[in-house]
Ligand binder design. Structure first.
Ligand SMILES: [Zn+2]
Ligand SMILES: [Zn+2]
Length: 517
């Protein structure tokens, strides 16, 4: 998962691997449906604890490989490429890789043929009847399995289960981009999109080359993925059309197209730096048009909006998905979801991949499509389900929390996150006091140091008053014979917290520091 605003300072969120660690010898392999960051990003962390081979399409493995290599863990795995439609034994599992369309090329649905029947996992998918690479979701194969052996259990992507209708074909974006390049003939054009969206990058490249422009990539992952895509033959960009970003100044602006990362407004990304006027290679001005060919992931709306503001302030123009059809979703909407349910005709159904509300809507769609109510299981992370002769049912729970990764510290835990939220919202009050060890009498202080509660230089009298109140509380405690550390600290904390709340209605973090002499 990506961290949100309730996780200050957290770089990324991983699933709790403890169950996998405890069952390491039972892990045969990892099967990847596709190469998106939220599907492969945790592998370098899991590979620290476990060794296992990884199966996926060549592109998926290429995208995952970058991360594993950076972590120096390639030696702990074997990357095994599989082709469209391939069927393989992986340990005791008979696994089939079925092509699906998505917003990164070469995704798979996975059919696992077991003695309890066939289990189909959709992966992230949609139905695009005119995909950029011509590789359609193989509904024919899914239908063939359904009508021969039958599909016992379907697990499917719920992301767009609330959206009626059908997702628009990726090809429509290509048309919109071509129109925009036509309308902005005299401008330099910068397009931001996901670095893994090679189909989108192809459409941008085609539109730019058609309008006589050269292409330059900006952002580390964009450069890497364009190289990978061209190596695998998934991206057709002639050498003569690619120039180094440092050389774009050699061309007139109307002959240049920059393909950049940062479409989610990520703070240090190429696009965010451009919007702040701090990008080394691209200085934006009135001669530029920036196309944001993506839709903000929930939680990123504000960052994207700030980036758009920044670009406008520099005098450049911005086109985003709210103004022109420069983006389409990679996930099936209700029409496609119903099509899959109809073709797969599963005996049991579990909605996966989405927030709880998406899972709920997806469950309803399955029931609407004829899956009996008691054959639909709405599961949450950690639920164990068992498929037996008797059917599908819950069979306990395993630990499935989150690990909050912060730099190289590793998991910072819920306690640290709670502290960070209090510090961010309420600030901190440190009370330092020195007492005599034997009597508990105050020798020095109390002194208050605060950040984020009140601005100390302007609140001198309030702070003095607080010190007095705390001193009184300590004297009372000492009079009653309290001399031990913990009791004194508790008195300091209670007195300070009560005073701060009564006088300012705030609840900052109170840190009592009691020293003994
Ligand atoms: Zn995906
Ligand atoms: Zn996904």
């Amino acid at each position: 998962m990506f961290p949100d605003l309730s996780m200050p300072g957290v770089d990324l969120v991983l699933p709790d691997f403890s169950w996998l660690r405890d069952n390491a010898e039972r892990v045969e392999a990892c099967v990847l449906t596709h190469g998106h960051e939220d599907h492969v990003g945790a592998l370098p962390f899991l590979l620290r604890d476990l060794r296992f081979p990884i199966y996926g399409s060549a592109l998926t493995l290429g995208l995952a490989r970058n991360r594993i290599e950076e972590a120096g863990l390639l030696g702990r795995t074997q990357l095994i490429p599989v082709a469209d439609g391939e069927r393989r034994w992986i340990g005791p599992f008979d696994v089939e890789f079925i092509p699906v369309a998505h917003s990164v090329p070469h995704g798979f649905a996975i059919a696992i043929h077991t003695p309890q029947g066939t289990i189909l996992h959709s992966g992230d998918w949609k139905i695009d009847l005119t995909p950029v690479d011509g590789r359609r979701t193989d509904l024919g194969r899914i239908g063939a399995i359904a009508t021969t052996e039958g599909i016992r259990l379907l697990l499917a992507d719920s992301t767009n289960a609330e959206e009626p209708g059908y997702t628009v074909s990726e090809r429509e974006v290509g048309g919109a981009l071509r129109r925009l390049f036509g309308e902005n003939r005299r401008q330099r054009v910068i397009v931001a999109c996901f670095a893994s969206h090679l189909h989108r990058i192809q459409e941008i490249a085609d539109a730019a080359i058609e309008h006589g422009r050269v292409l330059a990539t900006l952002g580390r992952s964009m450069a890497k993925n364009v190289t990978l895509g061209r190596q695998l033959g998934l991206l057709q960009i002639p050498d003569t059309s690619l120039v180094d970003i440092e050389r774009i100044g050699d061309f007139p602006p109307e002959r240049v197209c920059v393909i950049s990362t940062g479409s989610q407004g990520e703070p240090m990304s190429a696009l965010a730096l451009m919007a702040a006027g701090e990008n080394r290679f691209v200085k934006l001005g009135s001669g530029d048009t920036v196309i944001i060919s993506a839709h903000p992931i929930p939680g990123n709306e504000h960052s994207v909006s700030q980036v758009i503001d920044g670009i406008h302030r520099l005098g450049a123009d911005v086109v985003h998905s709210g103004l022109a059809p420069v983006h389409v979703s990679g996930h099936a909407k209700q029409g496609e979801i119903k099509t899959l349910l109809s073709v797969a005709h599963p005996e049991y159904f579990i909605p996966v991949h989405g927030e709880f509300r998406h899972l709920t809507h997806h469950s309803r769609l399955a029931m609407e499509m004829g899956v009996p109510d008691d054959h639909v299981l709405l599961c949450e992370d950690g639920d164990v389900v068992e498929l037996t002769d008797a059917g599908l049912d819950f069979a306990g729970e395993v630990p499935a929390g989150y690990l909050y990764v912060d730099g190289i510290v590793g998991d910072v835990g819920q306690g640290v996150l709670r502290d960070r939220r209090v510090l961010a919202e309420e600030g901190v009050v440190v009370v330092v006091v020195t007492v005599a060890a034997r009597t508990g009498e105050i020798v020095a202080g109390p002194e208050i140091i605060t950040r984020g509660w009140v601005y100390a230089p302007e609140a001198e009298s309030l702070i003095e008053e607080a010190c007095k109140v705390i001193a009184v509380s300590l004297e009372e405690a000492a009079a009653k014979g309290a001399t031990d550390f913990d009791t004194l600290r508790r008195h300091v904390r209670q007195a300070a917290a009560r005073f701060v709340h009564e006088r300012t209605r705030r609840r900052p973090m109170i840190v009592p520091v009691v020293m003994e002499v």
